[in-house]
Design a protein around this ligand. Structure first.
Ligand SMILES: [Zn+2]
Ligand SMILES: [Zn+2]
Length: 136
């Protein structure tokens, strides 16, 4: 593995993973699906090559949250870990906050602000998009 590989884990540590560097800049998603899946008003995501993701311990459980969309989580502690979409072959999104060093990856914008709760108004000055962003 190269020095650029990242590692992370769920809350209880039953699932540990390693993945390659982000393919595109990380983002903060305010969509309703992420909100409900994580129980949080916003979820940070980084996108990596799916063949770079390897589980060093445990295998997360996958839940089909909409047609062709799969969210994985630890079946012991419930931590959301990954998101993949059949239409996006070769890549997978990882929950940024489960990285061992989450501060190493800095999100550059906010997406799906049209779903954001009325009190969820980021004041960090980063760009905010009503839906998704253009592919960078
Ligand atoms: Zn766990
Ligand atoms: Zn989302």
């Amino acid at each position: 593995m190269s020095d650029k590989s990242l590692t992370g884990r769920c809350l209880c540590g039953a699932v540990r993973y390693r993945c390659g560097p982000p393919l595109i800049p990380a983002t903060l998603c305010h969509c309703e699906s992420c909100r409900r899946a994580a129980g949080a008003h916003v979820v940070g995501w980084l996108t990596v090559r799916s063949d770079s993701l390897a589980y060093a311990a445990g295998i997360p459980t996958e839940y089909c949250s909409s047609p062709g969309v799969f969210r994985s989580f630890c079946r012991h502690c419930g931590t959301p870990l990954a998101y993949r979409r059949e239409g996006r072959k070769g890549e997978v999104d990882i929950t940024l906050a489960t990285l061992d060093r989450p501060e190493a990856i800095v999100p550059i914008d906010h997406i799906w602000m049209e779903d954001a709760l009325s009190w969820d108004r980021p004041g960090d000055g980063l760009p905010q998009y009503p839906k998704t962003r253009e592919r960078l």
